[in-house]
Design a protein around this ligand. Structure first.
Ligand SMILES: [Ca+2]
Ligand SMILES: [Ca+2]
Length: 215
């Protein structure tokens, strides 16, 4: 490396000084020990060989969970990540009586995800119900399962048909300095013509990890 390149490299390192200084995991839960501490409206179920938080549907068990963290260390940013499983026949942006099938994530009352998911099967050349994810609802029309991590997972309810389960990796990093944090995940699922709404469409969460970051 010549002197000029060395100087450029040196300047690069100096200018990166404001990057992450410290990163602490303040919450981590794969639910395998049935730990529901800090969680309101928590339910556990086995899915695909793992214990998951869920399943939820607002027409069955209120369709939400709240996770509260107290006494967080001093921090500038928070990163929240988890697996979100969208089970069975979600209808995305469809209107009543099938949808819209909305899912939201809030932190301290602020909306970070406000979207719809569709597990519709697309016939060749035919219509299949679009979803908003990875964008916000309304005004976004993406193909079913856009942005998914896995699309080959089994459904939960046989009566919901062959729609299966779609796995998404949700990750959000945002400015946050309070020493408490309230994470809320919830659905506004619509399917009044189903005798068993939670079997028709539901969701669950696994591997929640929350990091507090100082700059
Ligand atoms: Ca698990
Ligand atoms: Ca629906």
């Amino acid at each position: 490396m010549n002197k000029k390149n060395l100087l450029i490299l040196f300047i690069f390192f100096i200018s990166c000084k404001t990057h992450v200084n410290n990163e602490v995991t303040v919450y981590n839960n794969d639910f395998e020990t049935n730990n529901l501490s800090n969680i309101r409206n928590g339910f556990l179920e086995q899915y695909n060989g793992s214990t998951v938080l869920g399943r939820y549907n607002c027409n069955d068990n209120k369709g939400y969970f709240n996770l509260t963290l107290n006494n967080l260390p001093k921090h500038d940013l928070i990163t929240i990540s988890f697996d979100l499983y969208i089970h069975d026949s979600w209808d995305g942006n469809k209107s009543a009586p099938d949808g819209p099938d909305i899912w939201q994530m809030l932190v301290d009352g602020n909306l970070y995800v406000n979207t719809t998911f569709s597990n519709s099967i697309c016939p060749a050349g035919g219509f299949c119900s679009p979803q908003s994810y990875p964008n916000d609802y309304p005004n976004n029309y993406n193909n079913p399962k856009t942005g998914a991590y896995r699309t080959d997972l089994p459904g939960v309810c046989l009566s919901a048909g062959p729609n299966g389960t779609t796995q998404y990796k949700i990750t959000k990093t945002f400015r946050h300095t309070n020493n408490t944090l309230l994470l809320q995940c919830l659905d506004k699922l619509v399917q009044p013509n189903s005798p068993d709404p939670k079997c028709d469409e539901s969701w669950s969460v696994d591997n929640i990890n929350i990091k507090a970051i100082t700059l």
